[in-house]
Design a protein around this ligand. Structure first.
Ligand code: NAD
Length: 285
């Protein structure tokens, strides 16, 4: 299989999307404005494929082929017109994403996607000439391990664009859900609800964080508890999403005071070493 797949932004998500796209046989162009991050992403991709070979998940030939499919580009102006797909995975800022999407559109891709986790597709599409070709493609971290692709359909997204996004999910080995463009889509709205209530339960001293998590893991077969998940996502990230959802849906999404206090104290979860759990060298203690 062939085709051209452009990923803009080689951070956590862009790297993962490039990984699955190369594995699906696309010629991948990874666009990154920060040369150090770009080089690091290419190194990390090589490491991931090496590890795949060591674990017997792919052959040496497949790893070499995947490596050869990825080209690093310093800007969208270096990307030839007419790619099959361009997905942006730059930081979650409306002005930045709008500018990147407009530039991406000028490269005339068949399908244009955004990996935004919270900005409405309608707002991102506002500056585009062809919003019918634009759709939300919300991947999950780590992209190679998470099966879900949330396809977010904006008011101007054409039905054939949604169909193309669903077909793309299949090619990438992902399982899609198609959702209407509402704040929090399907995943964040439900996931954050559970996380916020669990934080209120910690404040109410219902049980320890470990026992609240254990109750959901053993009692409801969740793979991970809502507080540990909040530590992994980042308390600051969850606070931002809660505020966005509060503005959209009202006070049922009001961030609990404990969450606000913890973020102010720098307790951001795994990345800061302290959240509802203590973390050391990337492991929960
Ligand atoms: P990140 O900060 O790790 O990476 C963003 C990258 O984009 C950086 O390397 C940055 O240098 C680069 N960049 C900035 N401006 C650019 C430009 N004009 N052109 C090219 N590259 C540019 O961010 P991330 O965590 O990968 O998140 C990216 C997007 O994915 C955000 O919209 C985020 O909300 C969403 N998302 C994140 C997660 C997650 O768990 N991290 C999950 C789902 C969705």
């Amino acid at each position: 299989m062939s085709g051209r797949f452009v990923v803009v932004g080689a951070g956590t998500m862009g790297l993962g999307i490039a990984y699955v796209a190369a594995g699906a046989g696309y010629a991948v162009e990874l666009v990154e404005v920060d040369p150090a991050r770009g080089a690091e992403a290419v190194r990390r991709l090589g490491e991931l494929w090496d590890r795949g070979v060591q674990r017997g998940k792919l052959t040496e030939e497949a790893a070499t082929a995947n490596r050869g499919r990825v080209t690093l580009r310093a800007g969208l102006t270096e990307v030839p017109e007419g790619a099959d797909v361009i997905v942006e995975a730059v930081p979650e800022r409306l002005d930045l994403k709008r500018a990147v999407l407009r530039e991406a559109e000028s490269r005339r891709p068949a399908l244009l996607g955004s990996n935004t986790s919270s900005i409405p597709i309608a707002e991102l599409a506002a500056g585009l000439d062809r919003p019918a070709d634009f759709v939300g493609l919300h991947f999950f971290n780590p992209v190679w391990a998470m099966a879900l692709l949330e396809v977010v359909v904006g008011p101007a997204t054409a039905p054939q664009t949604t169909e193309a996004a669903v077909a793309l999910a299949a090619r990438l080995g992902k399982d899609p859900v198609v959702v209407r463009d509402m704040p929090g889509f399907a995943t964040s709205r439900l996931g954050v609800t559970l996380g916020l209530e669990a934080i209120r339960m910690v404040a109410d001293e219902v049980a320890s964080p470990a026992d609240i998590d254990k109750a959901m893991v053993l009692g409801y077969r969740h793979p991970i508890g809502p507080l540990e998940l909040t530590d992994l996502v980042g308390l600051d990230v969850r606070l931002d999403i809660a505020r966005t959802l509060q503005a959209a849906y009202g006070d049922r999404f009001a961030p609990p005071p404990l969450l606000v206090e913890m973020v102010a104290a720098g307790k951001l979860g795994k990345k800061s070493g302290q959240g509802f759990y203590t973390w050391k060298d990337g492991q929960k203690k």
